[in-house]
Design a protein around this ligand. Structure first.
Ligand SMILES: [Fe+2]
Length: 257
């Protein structure tokens, strides 16, 4: 083999090596440029909905679902991750629900951010999972608990709707199970949640259903008519899931975290 051919082969080998390096390096660059440590800290992700964005029409319109889930809830996820990344000494590996139900363990430096954004993450996960386009009914056990606590199913709906409409400003209306097994309707401001404990929420119950009454939950379709939205939500409640939550709360004393 002549020296000229050897030189040409060596040159081609170097070129091939460079091309392979670029091919493997490119996906790492496309991953956002974050280091592996930074990626590890991005703990929480936006959970997918269990149904298409159009599924709750006409009661909750697709555009509202798309922005509510894809923008508002996503922003809570992003801000929660940012807060946790700013306090690397706090290493928590549980779900968002487990995190906000143990706020006392969260460092003071990020406690408010975790309360607001962790609450924003979990409350929304709980809200979407409590809705469904499939018609369902409360279990016999849940229905009799509702009747026992509120007199009738219609009266329960009336009281829960009133709690949703009456919450001043942004917040949530909740149905939950008290320690003695009775049901209670409660509301919380901002992104506070009954699972945050007595220091933050006076509800004192295990939540099994919630209605988001932030304006972003209804304004595109209902504008200022929160009461119309609060009435419409009853058409898409996932009573099968709410009944399962009720059973778990009564039997095991546990919330769906
Ligand atoms: Fe919301």
């Amino acid at each position: 083999m002549s020296d000229k051919i050897k030189t040409m082969k060596a040159f081609l080998g170097i070129c091939a090596g460079i091309l392979i390096s670029i091919a493997f390096a490119a996906p790492l660059h496309c991953a956002g440029g974050a280091s592996s440590t930074e990626r590890e800290k991005m703990k929480y992700t936006l959970k997918e909905l269990e149904y298409p964005e159009t599924a709750l029409e006409p009661w909750i319109d697709a555009e509202t679902v798309r922005i509510h889930h894809g923008k508002h809830q996503a922003a809570y996820v992003e801000k929660l991750n940012a807060a946790l990344a700013s306090e690397p000494s706090f290493n928590f590996n549980g779900s968002a629900g487990e995190l906000i139900s143990k706020l006392d363990a969260v460092p003071e430096s990020i406690k408010t951010a975790v309360r607001n954004n962790g609450g924003g993450v979990w409350n929304h996960e709980f809200y979407w999972r409590g809705l469904s386009p499939q018609k369902s009914h409360p279990s016999d056990e849940l229905l009799s608990a509702i009747k026992e606590s509120f007199g009738s199913f219609d009266n329960f709906k009336k009281l829960m709707t009133a709690a949703a409409v009456g919450q001043f400003g942004s917040g949530w209306a909740w149905l939950g199970v008290l320690p003695d097994g009775r049901l209670k309707i409660c509301s919380t401001p901002n992104q506070d949640s009954p699972i945050m404990g007595a220091k933050i929420s006076p509800c004192g119950m295990i939540p099994i259903l919630c209605i988001d009454v932030w304006e972003h939950a209804y304004y595109l379709k209902y504008q200022n008519r929160r009461a119309d939205y609060a009435e419409a939500v009853w058409n898409v409640i996932n009573w099968k899931r709410v009944s399962d939550r009720f059973e778990a709360a009564v039997k095991d004393g546990k919330a769906e975290l």
